[in-house]
Design a binder for this molecule. Structure first.
Ligand code: XMP
Length: 512
């Protein structure tokens, strides 16, 4: 296995993911508890992640000394690279020449990392994101690749099997990054590469059994793929000890509740409690327009419902959720340390501080497409596994400003038309996620010689691999005008339609 030491980068989990893709098991440990993880795991190699701190500051994170003393192969990325050089006797300075985004590096010397991949003289695209730079390398290191802004783009000590990268090999914008990481874990560290999603399933089943023991688990189903996969996995692990609760908060898309209930009751025979809590949710959202307040309220209200349901079955010890990695990283720092909160995904940052049940979150380290693969591994139907993601707080975060039942009804109609047209055009599977947003803005229109004064509906459609970054879907004009015409004609309350042209970053996928 491989140990990943986390210095708080937003993309640390992508390193783990690339290593899974290379067929190797890895674990992530925050830098301040990495030594314990190292002793337990006995890894074959170590990776240092990036991070937001600056090694030029006194209090910034450092790698435990044992990582160097062990003599194991080491690959250090970005911040990890800077702390490696500083800890081994090199020098890092703050630079005014900050580099963010696409850059090209030139290979100047061979390296075990490049096996079968890169050759001297070639130029390759990488993704940089750094302010500081290494000014002098630690003894024993030599430059094997450089770029204009980064003379030490890759510096290595081939004999000691230590590799330092100034860029991020784990993101998709470094096209060969996955292969570099694969070379490290398989060729340099000698890991076998026989780890699969089936191994993940079996390992998780064992983990769940160990964590839960003879306890009772309540699993909240949201209608999305994640919670469904989590529920089926946990059901395989503990069978009857699991009760699934589907909470209809009144913020679902049209037809959603029926589909989920039927999948579980009919196809899987997993007992399911269906709670209609829409009145309580909508009443609680009355007058709330701040996005974080909405999210926190919905998170807390979910827990109230789960706790009430738990009581009915004589108490539950655990609450299971389909929390994914992007939910975790954007809500709280994975290390409890230095990464920044973007929004409180309801099943992470939205949970109340005091909760009677402990959490079971078997998908916490996975990305969406990996969850889909796991879902297929568990035999979930393709049509269900391929569904677009839908956020736990539902339509509440697609109605900026105050949420009312009337607005939800309007939005449901527009959303249904939009998705119907996407399906008819054969585009559903090419798009990561598409949905309508109801804006709290009314504009003037004219219909059949009358003045209208109604809401604006925004359409969103993005492509993405993991939800961490996204690009807009480039519909053709005829498609968009067909959808716009249908929505304005068929949905009372909307008289104008706009298309959201923002990628992520700088936008997020959802509007709140
Ligand atoms: P953002 O808006 O942060 O969303 O770019 C990334 C992905 O996560 C989904 N999302 C959520 N999923 N609970 C969830 O289960 C949440 O609170 C939540 N907020 C956003 C979003 O739909 C997109 O797929």
């Amino acid at each position: 296995s491989i140990l990943i030491v986390d210095f708080g980068s937003q993309v640390t989990q992508l390193i783990a993911r690339r290593i899974r893709e290379a067929g190797v098991y890895s674990e992530i440990a925050p830098f301040n508890s990495a030594e314990e993880a190292f002793n337990r795991l006995q890894p074959k190699g170590i990776i240092f992640s990036g991070g937001p701190a600056s090694v030029t500051e006194a209090e910034s994170p450092r790698a435990p000394q044992v990582m160097f003393d062990s003599g194991l192969p080491l690959l250090a990325i970005c911040y990890g690279q800077q702390t490696l050089h500083q800890q081994l006797g090199g020098k890092v300075v703050t630079s005014d020449q900050k580099e963010f985004g696409r850059a090209f590096i030139e290979i100047v010397s061979p390296s075990a990392l490049f096996d079968g991949l890169w050759h001297i003289g070639e130029k390759h695209q990488v993704w940089m994101s750094h302010g500081d730079r290494v000014e002098s390398l630690a003894p024993g290191f030599e430059i094997v690749a450089r770029s204009e802004g980064a003379p030490f783009a890759i510096a290595t000590n081939e004999e000691a099997k230590r590799y330092s990268l100034m860029f991020h090999p784990e993101v998709v914008h470094t096209p060969d990054g996955g292969k570099l990481l694969s070379n490290f874990v398989r060729h340099v560290c000698g890991c076998a590469g026989d780890w699969t999603m089936a191994s993940f399933r079996d390992a998780k089943i064992a983990d769940i059994r160990e964590q839960v023991g003879s306890g009772r688990v309540i699993c909240g189903l949201s209608g999305g793929v994640d919670s469904a996969v989590a529920a089926v996995l946990i059901h395989e692990a503990i069978g009857e000890q699991l009760t699934c609760v589907f909470v209809d908060h009144g913020l679902m898309r049209a037809g959603e509740a029926e589909q989920v209930v039927s999948l579980f009751r009919n196809s899987y025979n997993i007992p399911l409690v269906h709670v209609d809590a829409s009145r309580d949710f909508l009443a609680g959202l009355d007058g709330v327009s701040d996005p974080e307040k909405k999210r926190k309220f919905i998170g807390a209200e979910f827990i109230n419902v789960f706790e009430a349901e738990a009581k009915k079955i004589g108490g539950a010890d655990f609450l299971a959720q389909g929390t994914l990695y992007p939910d975790v990283i954007e809500s709280v720092s994975f290390t409890g340390g230095p990464s920044v909160t973007i929004k409180s995904h309801h099943n992470v940052g939205g949970l109340p501080e005091r909760m009677n049940m402990k959490l079971v979150e078997p998908l916490r380290e996975l990305f969406k497409d990996e969850v889909r693969e796991l879902g297929r591994e568990l035999g979930l139907p393709d049509a269900f596994v391929g569904r677009h993601p839908f956020p736990g707080p539902g339509l509440a975060i697609r109605i900026p400003g105050e949420v009312t039942k009337a607005k939800c009804d309007i939005l449901r109609k527009a959303d249904t038309i939009y998705l119907e047209e996407i399906r008819n055009a054969g585009l559903y599977d090419a798009i990561w996620q598409a949905f309508a947003v109801l804006l709290p803005v009314r504009t003037v229109g004219v219909m059949g010689d009358f003045r209208t004064y109604d809401y604006v509906c925004a359409l969103r459609a993005v492509t993405s691999v993991d939800g961490m970054t996204a690009d807009i879907y480039p519909f053709d004009a005829a498609f968009l005008s067909r959808v716009a015409t249908r929505i304005v004609n068929e949905v009372q309350g909307i008289n104008r339609v706009v298309y959201d042209y923002t990628s992520k970053p700088p936008g997020t996928i959802e509007w709140e």
